[in-house]
Ligand binder design. Structure first.
Ligand SMILES: C[S@@+](CC[C@H](N)C(=O)[O-])C[C@H]1O[C@@H](n2cnc3c(N)ncnc32)[C@H](O)[C@@H]1O
Length: 317
């Protein structure tokens, strides 16, 4: 700040307030315009690059299904990041889905279909992917975009305070038959559930899975690895993900829960929710599921399989 500006502030506080508000709104306007131009440029580049790039995909045909920029939602937007995350989950599915001709796969919180693309190679013959989500807009997009027959999408007309605050504030069972699903997936969904939803919907996972069926679900698990990482959580950017290390500190009770916690910046708890080890143990015991594998995520400031923690569950045979 210049001497003249300081002097002005001393001389005439109301003018100083006026100038500073003007400065702020000017810089806001410039920042918003730059953001808009950057987004628009990326959108144009994406629409030019994607068709060219897709023609050069030789070893993983299903990733040609990755949608254009405006339809890549769910917290992951870059084309490369979609391809990367699809690869991770396709590998996990390959490792955990018994080879068979007609796997029935349920993707909870499907967004615009990232996991649906990872499932595509497994949907030979009469296999089926069902995506379910509370966001009508995403379900509409998926219904128009993915080939019907193999793919089915269901809109769940209930509230998630972050994603669908205007829908009914109730929990209703999914319109899916009990014991009909081989594999249930949920990428970045239980990380947006408070305790009541987390318990209800994990119960639903157990209900719809066949005996011996598998679920692959991501969490922010507040376990020993997380506790150990707290000491290094300063404002610097992480070595493993492109956000600040102190962004992922879960220390505010979500709706008064002792075990479901959100970070201080969350506008609603469902922006991001982590679960303590005690809460998690209690959650899975209540749902009747067993943990088969645990892959800590790089949000824990370690080289992780993915960003969030990935847990593979088995329903007892
Ligand atoms: C972070 S996004 C992830 C989307 C997708 N799984 C992906 O990774 O691209 C979370 C998704 O969960 C959905 N969701 C939130 N609450 C839900 C609920 N109770 N039932 C089904 N979907 C829900 C949201 O609408 C949103 O699409």
């Amino acid at each position: 700040m210049s001497f003249a500006h300081n002097f002005q502030i001393g001389l005439n506080p109301s003018l100083a307030v006026f100038i500073s508000q003007e400065d702020i709104s000017m810089s806001n306007l410039i920042r918003k315009s730059l953001t808009y131009i950057t987004k628009l440029s990326y959108r144009i580049l994406d629409s030019l690059f994607l068709p060219l790039d897709k023609r050069r995909i030789h070893r993983a045909k299903n990733i040609r299904l990755i949608p254009i920029e405006i339809d890549r939602r769910g917290g992951k937007y870059a084309y490369a990041e979609w391809a990367h995350v699809i690869g991770i989950f396709q590998t996990l599915i390959n490792q955990n889905l018994d080879p068979k001709k007609d796997p029935q796969i349920l993707d909870i919180g499907c967004g615009t279909g990232l996991i649906g693309i990872a499932c595509e190679p497994f949907l030979t013959e009469s296999g089926k992917y069902i995506g379910i989500d509370v966001m009508a807009e995403d379900i509409d997009f998926c219904r128009g975009y993915y080939p019907p027959g193999k793919y089915e999408f269901v809109h769940l007309d209930v509230s998630n305070p972050f994603y669908s605050p205007n829908q009914k504030d109730i929990q209703i069972p999914w319109p899916i038959d009990s014991g009909s699903i081989d594999l249930a997936t949920a990428l970045s969904v239980w990380t947006h559930f408070g305790e009541v939803d987390a318990r209800f919907y994990l119960g639903e996972v157990n209900r719809v899975l066949k005996p011996g069926g598998t679920a692959i679900i991501t969490f922010f698990l507040l376990d020993d690895l997380y506790e150990k990482s707290l000491i290094a959580r300063d404002s610097q950017q992480s070595a493993f993900h492109a956000t600040r290390k102190d962004r992922w500190i879960f220390n505010q009770p979500a709706y008064g829960s002792a075990d479901w916690l959100h970070p201080h910046w969350a506008q609603t708890p469902e922006n991001a929710i982590g679960i303590t080890s005690k809460g998690f143990d209690n959650l899975i015991t209540g749902a009747g599921l067993q943990v088969k594998n645990y892959y800590p995520g790089n949000w824990k400031e370690i080289p992780g399989l993915y960003f969030q923690d990935v847990i593979v569950f088995n329903k007892k045979p």
